[in-house]
Ligand binder design. Structure first.
Ligand SMILES: [Zn+2]
Length: 420
């Protein structure tokens, strides 16, 4: 297994900082220091400020209890958090990739590393309280208790408050790693942010994404280059496009939309097609998990049992099943939104190509395979028309993010794309 940071594509500065922090954390353990220096509200601007505050002499200076990884989707926020967790658990250095600490963390089985991956639209207070409680226990491996919260922007307000309490008075050996799109107050509360050190990740350049697809996934260089460009810096999306013919087909259908917008009726048809495709994609991704979970819960609750206890247990279990159904519904909604958002990002890429061509900007197109079509659009619409259409797609994303019903937002977008 290579170094734990090997999969973090195009984020050299962040890796340097995280390695330095892991080394500092190891020094804290060696020195037997009781506690880290928490990042206070006054020193939230990064490691330089933190070092200055402590004179750089404290072995804990490079390390702190709470971190936020920010960056656009696909930039590797959770990859960075997991790699850093491994580096903290590494018994040889700062993420060698070979020791048991690195290995079990990367494989998801380290006893002192918990990954919280919200499946629904939000992380509730119950889940967060249980997590905080467990995070306070002494690390069984003698190093750190690490809690990784993916999509920390999905914390409910109550859950955020429960987390804030833990971050404000952190147990001595507990480290919280949060992932969020940005440090905007919409994503993460100002008070949580003020207690965390921020590690900003950038959208990785296409060349770096292509390189990792070739090296790690064994994808042919020409396919890797195409997929990296088409995925617009989203590493996971690039890998799916390179490997999964279904994903490529869905993308082609989305990029066929501009050509099909020939009238009002066609615009509504295109909206329906886009929504239904997102639903179908989401269904395919969650159905199997739903069935497995339900079967597991029913077994645990004694369904299919014939003893006298079984019927009573089933009555008490109705509430648990209902709870599971609620969770699954929330997960399905999120999967649909994610699928729709991917489609909108592809579509935005098309109009962005038309815009850059209309402006004769010396940049490579996002979608090389529809470049000719985007070129025709550029001639017909001019830069202004291309920009208005690009803005219509971005406005649709923003509307859905703000809880406008997806069908309504997509219909409005399609009409705007048709009318220009
Ligand atoms: Zn290691």
């Amino acid at each position: 297994m290579p170094d734990v940071f090997a999969d973090l594509v195009g984020q050299d500065e962040a890796v340097v900082e995280l390695r330095r922090a892991a080394a500092a954390a190891a020094a804290v353990l060696r020195a037997g220091a009781a506690a880290l220096v928490p990042a206070g509200p006054a020193s939230g601007n990064g490691s330089a400020a933190d070092d200055a505050a402590t004179g750089g002499l404290d072995p804990a200076a490079g390390m702190t209890h709470a971190w936020i990884f920010t960056g656009p989707p696909g930039s590797g926020r959770s990859v960075a958090a997991r790699a850093f967790a491994a580096a903290l658990q590494c018994v040889h250095g700062t993420g060698c990739g070979e020791c048991p600490g690195c290995h079990t963390t990367m494989g998801g089985s380290h006893a002192d590393v918990r990954m919280v991956v919200p499946e629904g639209l939000s992380i509730g207070v119950g889940e967060m309280r249980a997590l905080v409680l467990r995070a306070a226990s002494t690390p069984s491996g003698g190093r750190w208790q690490v809690v990784v919260i993916e999509d920390a922007d999905r914390l409910t307000e109550a859950a955020g408050n429960a987390l804030l309490k833990a971050i404000e008075e952190p147990p001595p050996r507990t480290v919280f790693l949060l992932c969020a799109p940005s440090t905007h107050p919409d994503d993460i509360s100002v008070t949580i942010r003020s207690r965390c050190r921020v590690v900003p990740l950038r959208q990785p350049p296409a060349a770096a994404v292509a390189e990792v697809l070739v090296r790690r996934d064994g994808i042919a260089p020409d396919v890797a280059q195409w997929a990296a460009a088409a995925a617009q810096g989203h590493v996971g999306r690039a890998r799916r496009l390179a490997r999964d013919p279904e994903a490529r087909k869905r993308r082609e259908a989305v990029l066929g939309v501009p050509r099909r917008l020939t009238g009002v009726g066609a615009a509504f048809d295109a909206a329906s097609a886009l929504i239904e495709a997102a639903e179908a994609e989401a269904d395919a991704s969650v159905t199997e998990a739903d069935t497995t979970e339900r079967a597991a819960l029913e077994t645990a609750l004694g369904a299919g049992g014939t003893g006298r206890g079984a019927a009573g247990a089933m009555r008490g279990a109705a509430g648990q099943l209902k709870e599971l159904e609620k969770r699954q519904k929330s997960r399905a909604t999120r999967a649909q939104r994610d699928a729709l958002d991917r489609a909108l990002v592809d579509l935005a890429g098309f109009y962005r190509d038309a815009l850059t061509m209309a402006l004769r900007a010396p940049v490579a197109p996002v979608h090389t395979d529809t470049a000719a079509l985007a070129g025709a659009g550029a001639q017909k619409w001019d830069a202004e028309g291309a920009l208005r259409r690009l803005e219509a797609v971005l406005a649709c994303r923003a509307a859905i993010e703000a809880n406008v019903k997806p069908r309504i937002a997509v219909e409005a977008m399609m009409l705007a794309l048709w009318k220009g």
